[in-house]
Write a protein that binds this ligand. Structure first.
Ligand SMILES: O=c1[nH]cnc2c1ncn2[C@@H]1O[C@H](CO)[C@@H](O)[C@H]1O
Length: 322
């Protein structure tokens, strides 16, 4: 039997402590081949996201993987960005003051890289989008066939029928660029949204962190250095005893789709007002009298359940390998 070809993935990322976990888990997942990282603002500004992405690949010994720098502004050229340094530390990596990386990003922009790779491997590439969706929306605008060329876009974002984490309406990645998110959700691409309604079920506990700390694995050791800021933020902001594994859950949904179940419908994003960033899924159960903003838009997938113990187990096992 021919060996199963590893799924090609590009991680669009704003590292970020949980981004770091997701990137490391991806590099330890034989089911996928990471063919590039593209960077975006969110947890940090884009320049720092690029620096951190290069640094993480150097830590992992994977400088063969290209990093393409993404947009510094929103899709509407907005420069007033919301940066979650209070969740990840000022450097995005738990205030560790790591030395600057030796490597450089490639010349191509993130959007151009995404377009090129989707053309090279039509239907074969999965984008795992861990930050605001500006780069993906730019790729959609750059190339009219990008949405059909791309295999799947797994979006870590949205708060479907639950409160957000920026405010009661909005989840951070969608709030970061709601216009871009609406472009992606209505593009016709195969989109799977993994929202915080799902990722808030996946918790790495204080006890799990102790187990990680006892591992001599390179990734486990590195993570234990940077996790403190993420844990203390969660202890202050939520009453959970542990941290949410947002980005690793989305990544593992791409690695093994059987870890989540999903429903299908049309997703629109509120782009203005007090509910800016709100994600609303129309489940197609009612035929409305009126023509709505949802009616003629393509269907996407929205995750509804996750096998949380399996996700935590995979994250732990893969991070603890030496
Ligand atoms: O409270 C928060 N505010 C802003 N960003 C957050 C918060 N909690 C987690 N994240 C970051 O945003 C994504 C999930 O929404 C995750 O990538 C996480 O790192």
């Amino acid at each position: 039997m021919a060996p199963i070809e590893a799924k090609k993935i590009i991680i669009d990322t704003d590292p970020g402590i949980d981004d770091t976990m997701a990137i490391f888990v991806a590099l330890r997942s034989p089911e996928v081949q990471v063919i590039g990282l593209t960077t975006i603002y969110g947890n940090v500004y884009t320049t720092l996201a690029t620096r951190n992405a290069l640094h993480l690949l150097e830590i992992a010994g994977r400088t063969d993987i290209p990093v393409a720098e993404g947009s510094h502004v929103t899709i509407t050229k907005g420069t007033k960005l919301r940066i979650a340094d209070f969740v990840h530390g000022a450097d995005g990596l738990g205030n560790q003051n790591f030395p600057p990386p030796k490597g450089k990003p490639i010349e191509q922009s993130a959007a151009a890289f995404l377009v090129e790779q989707a053309k090279l491997y039509p239907g074969k590439i999965t984008i795992v989008a861990l930050g605001p969706l500006t780069n993906i929306a730019l790729a959609i605008q750059l190339d009219p066939v990008f949405a059909s060329n791309i295999g799947q876009i797994v979006v870590l974002g949205g708060a479907f029928a639950v409160n957000g984490n920026v405010n009661p309406a909005a989840e951070a990645n969608i709030f970061g660029d709601p216009d871009a998110a609406d472009i992606v959700f209505t593009s016709g691409a195969d989109v799977l949204a993994v929202g915080i309604n799902v990722t808030h079920q996946v918790i790495l506990t204080d006890a799990d962190r102790d187990v990680l700390a006892s591992s001599s694995g390179k990734f486990a050791q590195y993570l234990c250095k940077i996790l403190e800021v993420y844990f203390s933020y969660h202890h202050d902001a939520y009453s959970t005893r542990g941290v949410y594994l947002h980005d690793p859950t989305a990544l593992l949904a791409a690695v093994n789709p059987a870890l989540v179940t999903y429903t299908e419908g049309v997703v629109r994003v509120q782009t203005s007002g007090i509910t800016r960033g709100l994600t609303i899924l129309y489940n197609k159960q009612k035929r409305f009298e009126e023509v709505t903003e949802w009616w003629d838009k393509p269907i996407v997938k929205v995750a509804v359940t996750v096998d949380a113990p399996a996700v935590v187990k995979m994250v732990m096992e893969r991070l603890m390998e030496s």
